[in-house]
Design a protein around this ligand. Structure first.
Ligand SMILES: [Mn+2]
Length: 355
């Protein structure tokens, strides 16, 4: 058998990034959570883990940007990377998605309150079950010393990972890229909605000492007030503020560093792909104009890599391969997602917990 050549083309049957690492040996463990029942506009994120797996075969395993990061050699694949797509969560999604659809589509006057309450209770129960699966998986991977990442799914899925990471590490901060603040309590009655994940963090996870949300540009009035009244626990860099810095030719790197330095020493990165410009994620569930360019997102990751912060894990959510994505068709959204995923992995490896 010949040695693995990272410059070779990936074989179609190979694992994520063309590797064939088993979960038990891989230094980096990824959980694919194919769940998008709580998306409020268009679905598709449940197909992201599979689409990103396929697109990852096109990613070059050497990354010159990452080669310049301290603690990284630009070759994250050497640590071993394994992606496990949770079939049980896929089954939960198959049950919950039509229930959530009918809740959102139904005529609130025509449907009996009992019927709605029953549907809602079941969808909320399933959301709780997804959280439990993700929490247990993450806790186990952390105990084994692996670098952990969650591949959504919609932005409801990483809540269990936040729980596990904060239980394992104590105080953490979350660096959150998103067009949305996700601070709506029980959006549409859905307690574990993708629009509610940081409302749930705020209420239920006191160990999360700070959340910095970057790229916000679609925000409810109450969400803005929640941020303003959080006493600095919730922070935001709105897309228009970022654009103003960009236009004024401010030193973006210095501004990014200043914000990162103000976060706790241990950081989880929660990346909703719609934080990026929609040209990079045209099929995502709730696209909004504005946002970060690819190179600006890479600047954030570079400053983090150069900082002294520890990255305790990450998630990548709301990538949607799009409606037209047939088995033969490649997805641009998934291609962007796979490349971002590789950089998140490289960052977490460079800034991982030191024993
Ligand atoms: Mn979003």
């Amino acid at each position: 058998m010949t040695a693995f050549d990272p410059d070779d083309a990936a074989t179609p049957e190979s694992g994520v990034f063309g590797l064939n690492d088993s979960s038990s040996e891989a230094g980096v463990r990824l959980l694919g959570a194919p769940f998008d029942a709580t998306t409020s506009y268009r679905q598709g994120a449940a197909r992201a883990p599979q689409a990103i797996l396929k697109a990852s075969h096109q990613v070059d395993l050497f990354d010159a940007l990452m080669a310049s990061w301290p603690g990284s050699e630009g070759r994250p694949w050497q640590a071993g990377i394994a992606l496990e797509i949770d079939a049980y969560i896929a089954n939960l999604n198959a049950e919950a998605a039509p229930l959530a659809r009918s809740l959102m589509a139904s005529d609130q006057q025509a449907d009996s309150p009992q019927k709605r309450a029953g549907l809602l209770a079941r969808v909320n129960e399933i959301g709780g079950e997804v959280n439990g699966r993700v929490r247990c998986w993450t806790a186990e991977a952390l105990v084994k010393g692996a670098v952990v990442g969650i591949v959504g799914g919609d932005h409801s899925v990483p809540f269990g990972a936040f729980e596990a990471a904060s239980a394992h590490h104590g105080a953490i901060g979350i660096l959150h890229f998103d067009a949305h603040a996700d601070l709506r309590p029980a959006y549409g009655g859905l307690r574990w909605s993708h629009a509610s994940i940081f409302a749930n963090v705020r209420e239920r996870l006191p160990q999360v000492e700070a959340v910095l949300s970057v790229g916000l540009r679609d925000l409810g009035q109450k969400e803005a007030r929640t941020i303003a009244e959080s006493g600095g626990r919730l922070r935001a860099i709105h897309s228009h503020e970022w654009a103003a810095w960009r236009q004024s030719r401010a030193d973006l790197k210095a501004l990014v560093l200043e914000h990162i330095q103000s976060l706790p020493e241990k950081i989880w990165i929660s990346f909703d792909i719609d934080g990026l410009d929609p040209s990079l994620c045209p099929s995502t569930g709730t696209p909004v104009p504005g946002g970060l360019t690819w190179d600006e997102a890479s600047l954030w990751l570079t400053v983090l890599a150069e900082s002294q912060k520890e990255i305790v894990g990450f998630d990548l959510c709301e990538v949607s391969p799009g409606q037209s994505d047939g088995p033969e068709e490649d997805s641009w959204d998934a291609m962007v997602g796979a490349r971002l995923l590789y950089r998140l992995i490289g960052l977490a490896l460079a800034r991982r917990a030191r024993p």
